[in-house]
Design a protein around this ligand. Structure first.
Ligand code: 5GP
Ligand code: 5GP
Length: 207
């Protein structure tokens, strides 16, 4: 593999709340195979350095091959849907994530996508929030401290919550970052956090 691969320190495993991708001024399109579940979806598994920087596009020759993930397509469609327009079967999203991030990892294509699906299965963020009494709601606001502690208490490690703004400019829960060891096999406390984007209270709209 390329010389830049393998030098990262950890992964961010990033999940997105679909409504918060959709209700911005950019809008969204559901996949050709239907509306995704009302759940967090995978955005990506991103190699990262402890100093906050990160490698990208490490091996342009290691092109995405859907045949490598043949057995995973059914799960990927449900758990890693693309909401970008124009509507698609999501495979471009997986391809982009593989080329930009996956090629910087030590994992093979099938191991990379398997690892992401496995991580999704062991980090049920929506359930973590619901166990703490936090449900998607189009009227009420929720607090950053309650969301962070609900997820951290549930997954047993520090995590990071990212917000964006809806088309009316209101802050909302957008993505959750969970940190994972270099091999993609275990959760860890985050060595470093991205710059805070959530105010002390924000929305968590229904999808
Ligand atoms: P945004 O600017 O929307 O936060 O991020 C754009 C893209 O940059 C992301 O989709 C991802 O590919 C990459 N990116 C942003 N922040 C990070 C980060 O902290 N670590 C890594 N590895 N990639 C990131
Ligand atoms: P990143 O650069 O953040 O790793 O990947 C984000 C890119 O993936 C965006 O440039 C966008 O073109 C594409 N993409 C396709 N579907 C989605 C989606 O559902 N959510 C996000 N955040 N990006 C998507």
């Amino acid at each position: 593999f390329s010389s830049s691969a393998q030098e990262y320190d950890f992964f961010y495993f990033v999940q997105q709340w679909p409504r918060s991708f959709c209700n911005t001024n950019q809008g969204c399109c559901y996949p050709t195979y239907g509306k995704p579940p009302s759940d967090f979806g995978i955005h990506g598994l991103w190699p990262n350095y402890n100093n906050s920087s990160y490698p990208t596009y490490c091996d342009p020759n290691n092109t995405f091959d859907i045949n490598e993930v043949q057995g995973l397509v059914f799960s990927l469609r449900a758990k890693w849907p693309s909401l970008k327009c124009p509507r698609s079967d999501s495979s471009r999203f997986w391809q982009l994530q593989w080329m930009k991030h996956g090629t910087c990892s030590v994992l093979s294509q099938s191991d990379y996508f398997s690892a992401a699906l496995q991580l999704k299965a062991v980090t049920n963020i929506l359930q973590c929030l619901q166990l703490a009494g936090i449900w998607p709601d189009d009227r009420r606001y929720t607090t950053l401290t309650s969301v962070v502690s609900a997820i951290q208490n549930c997954v047993g490690h520090t995590i990071y919550v990212q917000c964006n703004r809806d088309i009316r400019g209101r802050h909302q829960l957008y993505q959750v970052y969970i940190c994972v060891n270099q091999t993609g096999t275990g959760l860890i406390d985050c060595p470093v956090f991205p710059t805070r984007t959530c105010p002390s209270s924000f929305r968590f709209p229904k999808f």
